[in-house]
Design a protein around this ligand. Structure first.
Ligand SMILES: [Zn+2]
Length: 188
């Protein structure tokens, strides 16, 4: 297992549509391990393969709150992975403040479906279904967006998005890193 570098906006690879996984192999298992380790190390609550430079439709999530007294104690216990995830049902509306490991130092409220039914595959080559509401429903939609090259900032008003884009461009122009400060525990 290894921790991979997380690509950040405006990296063009984050805008690509990811390829479906055609065969679930040892490589798939390794990629999922790497993604999980990278997500926990960040720390974040979800990660999509394109965020670590993999052209594959794979997502990992763990939205269970960490144990403050023993950080890392429950690590992996609530880990979810989905290969080739598809949203087959979505209803209701909810608004959550989202962050993203690929959108550094920025959080904003995003409107999404309140409940989703996601279908996909697991490493045992079984077809799986996940019915979710609350934070998990939001995180699933956020990660599946990544597979289409969509970032949460694309779902904001143009004004809000431009404020962030300008900030990133200015930082890049001045050759300084974008501030790393973020409430990372809920980034995905
Ligand atoms: Zn994200």
């Amino acid at each position: 297992m290894s921790i991979r570098r997380i690509l950040t906006f405006p990296e063009p690879f984050l805008r690509e549509t990811a390829r479906p996984v055609e065969n679930i192999t040892g490589d798939t298992a390794k990629w999922i391990d790497d993604m999980a380790q990278t997500m926990y190390a960040a720390p974040g609550i979800g990660l999509a393969a394109p965020q670590v430079g993999l052209d594959q439709r794979i997502i990992v999530l763990d939205v269970a709150p960490d144990d403050d007294e023993e950080p890392g104690k429950d690590r992996g216990k609530h880990l979810i992975h989905v290969v080739n995830p598809v949203i087959v049902e979505a209803d209701g509306e909810t608004t959550f403040e989202e962050g993203c490991l690929s959108v550094v130092d920025f959080r904003a409220e995003v409107d999404r479906a309140a409940r989703v039914l996601v279908r996909g595959w697991n490493l045992d080559q079984q077809e799986i279904e996940i019915e979710a509401d609350g934070l998990l429903a939001v995180a699933l939609q956020h990660e599946i967006d990544h597979l289409e090259g969509t970032l949460f900032i694309d779902r904001l008003s143009r004004l809000k998005r431009e404020l962030y884009v300008k900030r990133v461009k200015k930082a890049l122009r001045e050759g300084r890193p974008i501030a790393q400060r973020r409430a990372a525990s809920e980034s995905n």
